[in-house]
Design a protein around this ligand. Structure first.
Ligand code: SF4
Ligand code: SF4
Length: 441
């Protein structure tokens, strides 16, 4: 089978051996869990519970009226201990519902009881929203919104992103191997919802066992497995669309503008559980790895569990921890504490010792052009870097800085160790701050 790819990109070492063959371990919930309200892109949620209330496992505890939002559900039964400001996955203190686990795991009623075969497309969208499902790859965009394109956008391609191109992470691989039937069930529902007879699952060639299993199981379903060359950032939306259907999403446009919807593989499994059994999103798979972790693992974790609990479940640390990363090493965020809880978008928790966290001195640009060659968005990272540092936002906009997806490929290849992605991020922040100031005038 031909292996598909996109132009640009890099080939970092996969570093997946520590966890790729480790089956999922279901983690028991801790005594106290933390549910930050901002776990999605969209309108902020309001708590539906008060301090002292008893809540059930899978009970909705926060919601918003806005369409672009996704409710939040408790992963345990217990008592609301506090609603206050606690650390979240962006290293900020945000409004958080704190629940004391009573160990009884008494469950709320399912969010619906209809037969999955009787659900209309709109009923499916409503259930997916009610289940609080957002992109599990880390973006946090509400899935029901993605599945509701405007009438003038005809969707021709449903693409499932199982590329998992970030080093270390293996949670999507375990979903494919251990939740295969949920994936196939979810894809059949999504094809019905979007009125499509086919869909495509993109998997990198470094997961041959998942490719073989899915190829065997999807025969006769209309689901096609597309084998992708291992390359970073193969899992970003525009790159996977380009690799699988050869379409270019123009600058500033969305996948739906070229007839595509891209959904993460873990999200598909959650969709199936919501539609088939009425189960809301209340746990997720997290790869815990890095050289400082004693026993790297793939854990199935109740949402709201603090990172320290995951580390203990992996046998603790074997080195002094110098860096905590939430997500993968390329696009993840450095964490300031192990008190931060697992949220819907937590795909990985990486702990590194000093030897993996060297700070190298920035040198002058030698105009080698490597950053330009690898940029998957066809940008000029060296130009963006220069004008970001100068704060010249007009030139930055002219050079399409807002199309930078902050993949870090340019920084990875730069021989002068320029902090390109960091500088570009700063340039984008300056543009947003200027626009916000102008809007207030
Ligand atoms: S971080 Fe931005 S500029 Fe750098 S390679 Fe990625 S998309 Fe291009
Ligand atoms: S890779 Fe680094 S040194 Fe080479 S052109 Fe880009 S910024 Fe300059």
């Amino acid at each position: 089978m031909a292996k598909l790819t996109f132009s640009g990109g890099i080939h970092p070492s996969g570093k997946k051996n520590a966890t790729k063959d480790k089956p999922l371990v279901e983690l028991a919930a801790p005594e106290v869990l933390y549910f930050p309200l901002g776990q999605h892109i969209g309108a902020p949620l309001k708590p539906l519970v008060s301090v002292g209330d008893r809540v059930l496992k899978m009970q909705k505890i926060a919601d918003a009226e806005a369409f672009v939002s996704a409710p939040l559900h408790s992963s345990v039964s217990g008592k609301v201990k506090d609603i206050g400001m606690y650390l979240n996955h962006t290293n900020s203190k945000v409004l958080t519902i704190v629940i004391e686990n009573d160990g009884l795991y008494e469950e709320a009623e399912p969010i619906h009881t209809q037969s999955i075969d009787d659900l209309s497309p709109n009923e499916m969208r409503r259930i997916i929203r009610e289940a609080g499902i957002v992109g599990m790859g880390g973006a946090g965009f509400p899935t029901h919104v993605k599945l509701s394109p405007p009438e003038d956008k005809e969707i021709t391609h449903l693409i499932v992103n199982a590329a998992e191109c970030e080093p270390y992470l293996t949670s999507d691989r375990r979903v494919m191997l251990e939740m295969t039937d949920d994936i196939i069930g979810g894809l059949k529902c999504l094809m019905r919802l979007l009125n499509l007879s086919k869909c495509y699952v993109g998997i990198e060639d470094n997961a041959p066992e998942a490719i073989a299993l899915l190829e065997e199981k999807v025969k006769g379903t209309g689901i096609e497995i597309k084998v992708l060359k291992k390359k970073y950032p193969q899992g970003s939306e525009k790159q996977i669309i380009n690799a699988i259907c050869g379409k270019e999403v123009p600058m500033g446009k969305l996948p739906m503008d070229v007839g595509c919807i891209v959904i993460n593989i873990g999200t598909v499994a959650e969709i199936y559980r919501a539609l088939a059994y009425g189960i809301p999103l209340h746990r997720r798979i997290v790869t815990v790895s890095g050289d400082a972790i004693s026993n790297p693992s793939n854990l199935y974790v109740p949402l709201g569990t603090p990172f320290s609990y995951l580390v203990d479940a992996c046998g603790g640390t074997n080195e002094e921890v110098h860096k905590i990363i939430m997500g993968g090493p390329m696009m993840g965020i450095a964490g300031v504490s192990l008190d931060i809880p697992v949220v819907k978008g937590t795909s990985g928790l990486l702990l590194f010792s000093e030897k993996y966290t060297r700070h190298e001195e920035e040198l002058n640009c030698i105009r080698c052009g490597r950053c330009v060659n690898v940029c998957p968005m066809k940008l000029l990272p060296t130009t963006l870097d220069m004008y970001s540092r100068r704060g010249d936002i007009e030139i930055l906009i002219e050079n399409n800085i807002l199309n930078c997806m902050e993949c870090g490929s340019c920084t990875y290849v730069c021989p002068s160790k320029r902090h390109l992605v960091q500088s570009i991020r700063l340039g984008k922040q300056k543009i947003n701050a200027t626009r916000a100031k102008e809007a207030k005038k």
